[in-house]
Design a protein around this ligand. Structure first.
Ligand code: HEC
Length: 134
């Protein structure tokens, strides 16, 4: 096998390893390149609100203001999605839901369907007052 081919093969294998097991920033970046499958679905916000109430409100609060009943027992403050300075894209929110953050925010990639993750992301994004910046 020519060495260039071997090098390419190695890169593909490395990429796959990083994508499946490696650093969450790489996985988030890959997730953010996906197209939002629910973007033009009229029911996505209603479904997202249900996902949020069932899986997220205990920490992030019923109104998504970061003030859920479990918030006080956590080491980090759950994000207040109503804060004017919270301006993240739906893709960025979805990637964070999928992969979480360390010990403070659970990863939902294994427990929620990808559609449910996008629904929740669309719902949270719809609560923002300011336009998304990144
Ligand atoms: C066990 C408590 C807990 C649960 C349950 C939880 N979160 Fe979080 N979440 C957190 C905490 C704490 C943070 C803040 C992490 C930090 O400081 O970066 C966070 C951060 C986030 C962020 C990143 C905000 C940002 O851009 O910096 C998003 C998005 C998010 N949560 C969405 C959700 C959604 C959607 C659900 C339900 C599917 C959920 N969370 C369930 C505790 C929780």
């Amino acid at each position: 096998m020519p060495s260039v081919t071997r090098l390419l093969l190695l890169l593909v294998v490395l990429g796959a390893v990083v994508a499946t097991t490696g650093c969450s920033h790489v996985r988030m970046a890959l997730f953010m390149r996906k197209d939002n499958p629910t973007a033009s679905d009229p029911d996505t916000l209603a479904r997202g609100q249900q996902v949020f109430a069932a899986s997220c409100a205990s920490c992030h609060g019923d109104r998504a203001d970061g003030n859920g009943p479990r918030a006080s027992e956590l080491e980090a403050v759950p994000t207040n999605f109503l804060a004017p300075e919270y301006t993240k894209s739906a893709a960025r929110i979805a990637a964070r839901i999928a992969y979480g953050r360390g010990d403070v925010m659970p990863a939902f990639a294994g427990t929620l369907s990808e559609e449910a993750i996008w629904d929740a992301a669309n719902y949270l994004h719809s609560l923002q007052k300011a336009p998304a910046q990144r």
